[in-house]
Design a protein around this ligand. Structure first.
Ligand code: SAM
Length: 336
């Protein structure tokens, strides 16, 4: 969203030969990782985008319920990346004190203005700081952090929580606070994806609502979980996967759908969780492959949490490992 001049300048520099790894891989007009980060909506979300987040009911309802569950009366709460302050506002309904850390000065001003108009806003202290450096003045019971993008790309959730835990334990010792979200489950699914837009063929990244049927999408196999992150444990920044699917339909495998379920709170007394499912992200494959029902497909990719979508896309590989017709007849799964 900060594109425009800065983007064009960066693109010019890339053309001039200062291009990084990605640029070298994909051609001289591509931006490198740091340029992508500074040119597009990534770590810092501009003010005009916050309405979309406030209007996203599944996100809002999920966080509201999870925070109501996790924050006990009188609790001390820290929010990392407060934006408008809405999640701190939810926490302030029960908490005694909330520290709401935000880096973007426009959002700091806005959060202070909005919280002053809302119930319990006086319990929230909006702190203008880099959450990678900030620690609260005393131990807290709950930490809320919503720096979440599908597949943990672009925004810095994983790195932020890992940094926070390290610094918090050094300063205060244990125990760690409860995290909202507590965990993330990520899955991938092979698709035949229609890329026709009114006659214009455009195989580009697509974000899809997860609660509707997409007529242009054929699911070629059920999704497979490729990584679970539990924020109470330490998590690797590199996410790599090499796995197999058995196609249950024939079609053209031309895209992979990335699915991200955020476990906002675990509710053991109900043997349940409070979840928020991100929009699906569908990435086109550079080399589509024809598949038949029963074929064994091999899919692999690798990226760094917080990296760009392009960095993941550049590593996507999919192929038919065994054709159904050529497999020896057997009773168990072909690749067991
Ligand atoms: C996805 S928004 C969520 C905002 C708000 N918590 C909500 O749920 O509506 C992430 C917020 O984190 C802020 N942010 C990103 N990196 C940060 C950092 N290093 N320190 C503090 N805030 C940061 C962004 O400016 C943005 O407002």
């Amino acid at each position: 969203m900060q594109c425009g001049v800065k983007c064009r300048r960066a693109a010019g520099q890339a053309q001039a030969g200062r291009a990084g790894t990605l640029a070298r891989k994909q051609g001289e007009f591509m931006l490198d990782e740091s340029e992508i980060e500074s040119c597009y909506l990534g770590q810092f979300i501009p003010l005009h985008y916050h309405h979309n987040m406030l209007a996203d009911q599944s996100r809002m309802h999920g966080f509201k319920s999870a925070i109501a569950y996790a924050v006990r009366p009188g609790a001390k709460v820290l929010e990392l990346g407060g934006g408008t302050g809405v999640l701190s506002f939810f926490a302030a309904a029960k908490a005694e004190k909330v520290w709401c850390v935000e880096f973007n000065p426009d959002m700091v001003k806005e959060a202070r203005r909005l919280l002053a108009m809302n119930l319990n806003g006086h319990k929230v202290e909006v702190v203008h700081a880099d959450a990678f450096e900030y620690l609260p003045p005393e131990p807290v019971d709950v930490v809320i952090c919503e720096m979440i993008h599908v597949a943990m790309l672009r925004e810095k959730q994983v790195e932020m929580i890992e940094s926070f835990k390290r610094r918090y334990l050094e300063r205060f010792g244990g125990p760690l606070p409860v995290f909202v979200p507590e965990a993330i489950i990520m899955a991938v699914q092979p698709l035949q994806q229609d890329c026709d837009f009114d006659g214009f063929y455009a195989p580009i990244v697509q974000f899809q609502e997860n609660s509707v049927i997409h007529t242009g999408t054929v699911e070629l196999a059920p999704p497979s979980v490729y990584r679970m992150l539990d924020f109470t444990l330490s998590n690797e920044m590199t996410i790599a996967w090499d796995g197999k699917f058995v196609a249950d339909r024939s079609g053209t495998l031309n895209a992979l759908r990335f699915i991200t379920k955020n476990v906002l709170a675990v509710v053991p007394e109900l043997s349940s969780t409070i979840d928020w499912l991100n929009h699906y992200m569908t990435l086109p494959l550079a080399n589509p492959v024809q598949v038949k029902a029963g074929d064994v497909l091999q899919v692999s990719f690798q990226y760094r949490a917080g990296g760009s979508i392009a960095s993941l896309q550049a590593t996507l590989q999919a192929k038919v490992l065994y054709e159904f017709a050529l497999q020896p007849r057997q009773h168990g799964p072909a690749f067991a």
